[in-house]
Design a protein around this ligand. Sequence first.
Ligand SMILES: [Zn+2]
Length: 285
Amino acid sequence: MTASSSGPGNPSPATPCAVAEAPRRAGNLGGPRAHILHEANYAQLLARRPNVAVLPWGATEAHNWHMPHGTDVVEAVSLAERAADLAVAAGARVIVLPAIPYGNNAQQQDQVATVHFSTATALAILRDVTDSLARQGIDRLVIVNGHGGNDFKPMVRDCQLTSGLTILVVDFWRLCPDVLTATFPDPGDHAGQLETSLLLHLRPEWMEMERAGRGEAAARLPDGIRQANAWTPRPWSKVQPDTGSGDPAGSSAALGARYFEAAAASLATLLSTVSGLDRGVDVFG
Ligand SMILES: [Zn+2]
């Protein structure tokens, strides 16, 4: 067979592509949700005219040995969508944007396949998102943050000034402090009880609990620095050898579901409140 006889313009009849019947979607799934941008069609958006955008923003990074790298994205997206479901049912005009999957991972650059977004990159993204929304009559934005290394405050101050949007930021682990305390004896701050329980609830098929490390710190700042509550970034692999910070022992899907539903309800109340503000009125009235 010559090269010309098997090229893309002249496929060989001897090697036909296999044709298989596509699997069918099971049952009536209810159609696209008009408040989730990746599902909604243009007709739905024109009919609903959302006034609040929700932007889940995570990171893609190691979470101890037992959890998926997508943990922070799953948490932010799942909470944003669940809260939007609830808020829209109560009459709010909400649209959930596609998630930003990368965050600030400057101290984890020695870990394989860890993509770091610098603050300059994050600011450029947030500026383009807010400027775009402002042109389309969506004048309020809620960022749902899934990653402790993301710090949006300076960026929000700048983008609120230049876009005119009202911008709010929520960290998912701060949405319900009373439920957090009542549910988890030791929530941990990275891949501990809180995050492990949430993913056991949201993505149990992605979890390998038998691999879990203790999430113990191997180094800490000298007392003369700690006593002043000074902060400096942790060189993550040195300080947290299994990449976790917090012991995942005692985690369960039931505990995760409890915090998830409480946090989603809290976020839904926030979305309904922000959506109900009169146009042009700032959140302080
Ligand atoms: Zn995380």
